[in-house]
Ligand binder design. Sequence first.
Ligand SMILES: Cc1cc2nc3c(=O)[nH]c(=O)nc-3n(C[C@H](O)[C@H](O)[C@H](O)COP(=O)(O)OP(=O)(O)OC[C@H]3O[C@@H](n4cnc5c(N)ncnc54)[C@H](O)[C@@H]3O)c2cc1C
Length: 447
Amino acid sequence: MDLDFTAEDDEFRQRARDWLAAHVPVTPLPSLETEEGFAAHREWERRLAADRWSVVAWPEEYGGQGVDIVKWLVFEEEYYAAGAPGRVSQNGISLLAPTLFDFGTAEQRARILPSMATGEVIWAQAWSEPESGSDLASLRATARRTDGGWLLSGQKTWSSRAAFADRAFGLFRSEPRETGLQTGSEADSGGGSVAGAGSGSGGGSGTVRKPHQGLTYLMFPLDADGVTVRPVGRLDGKPAFAELFLDDVFVPDEDVIGEPGQGWRIAMSTTGNERGLMLRSPGRFLASAERLARRWRAHGDPSDTALRDRVADAVIGARAYALFTWANASRFAAGERIGAESSLNKVFWSEYDIALHETALDLLGADGELIGGATTEADLAEADALEAEGDYVADGVGRMDGGRWGDGGDWMEGYVFSLAGPIYAGTNEIQRDIIAERLLGLPKGRR
Ligand SMILES: Cc1cc2nc3c(=O)[nH]c(=O)nc-3n(C[C@H](O)[C@H](O)[C@H](O)COP(=O)(O)OP(=O)(O)OC[C@H]3O[C@@H](n4cnc5c(N)ncnc54)[C@H](O)[C@@H]3O)c2cc1C
């Protein structure tokens, strides 16, 4: 592995840095989990795309710069170091797009990717259901064949930013679990618990498909007839999470990804992206750790060596994750795929993120209790005044998402969100099972 950057990488880094320095909004955008913030972040996506910075690794024909994974990681480092806004189109860019590159048709890529790159169409992930999260294969929402397409029915939940997004992608049961029986409805045939179910165990006259068989991967508009989007409250009070109710929603054949019935295999390629490189690039943690270290230097109590060690651990952890990611990127660039190792990434960054934020909150003391950020002009003026008095360190704070009540609001908001890290993108308990079974070769646990 060669850890040196090429002259071309350095030139790319400089170009990215210059562009970001000239364009990152000085006043923070409102949180992308609110309606107003969602619109502001959509506009930011459009600005990024206008100069081809929204999807640097994509081919030029879809709005990218066609750069390799090394330059993508370089861009991410620069992006977070510049305190640039969160990416409201992340679900589309990091989950749906890689799936379309692998399994979509040329027509789908040409139709869908350019408007994703500009933020004109923002995508939500509609996988989870009320009783199918970790055990995703037990999902019950259905896709029924009709003339020229499919009719979707059922309920999806925990769909990030679906309250404001334009379209969604998800898995639907297109073939009933049980075959050869004349009961008509497949919905309850699994009897509730289907994890690890084998085939042919129905005890009746028919056969029972394994849960992951007969699923189809489809895309649908969130404003279509038959779709009800209902926001779900979150711990931080933001309204963007939603549950979706689908009642015979028509989807044309052209919006099926891959072959009908092959959805599970396709979806599993997406989960690798989500847990692996794409969702949490090291640039994000390097920038946060650097911000924490700056605050320690400015405000830390040198006699508190325990806290000093935790700050040092945060910096070391971010750098270790970066090196681990560079190693994976080298493998990726050499044509290898990241398989079960993506579970290692996921457990690491999600637990690291919580520890980082806990350390920041302990360092901030009472200031860390502030939440919500200051987003009105009056709040910003007050924050500026406090900064001018030296109460807060002006270390790029003003550019963080979620407002600029000194440093505290950002860290508290970040902490609350970090608590969800071990849950989304596959819970850490499930990732540890994968690591145990597939990487360490330990016997399968009881399900
Ligand atoms: C912030 C956030 C954003 C999300 N965004 C989206 C989104 O955009 N789209 C989407 O579709 N979903 C989304 N989700 C949902 C997420 O994927 C699920 O919450 C997750 O898969 C867990 O499913 P569940 O909530 O049903 O919990 P369950 O699966 O019911 O799990 C409950 C607990 O039991 C444990 N458990 C379950 N099975 C096992 C097992 N076999 N072995 C050991 N432990 C087990 C779990 O680890 C967990 O601790 C999001 C979740 C969060 C928190």
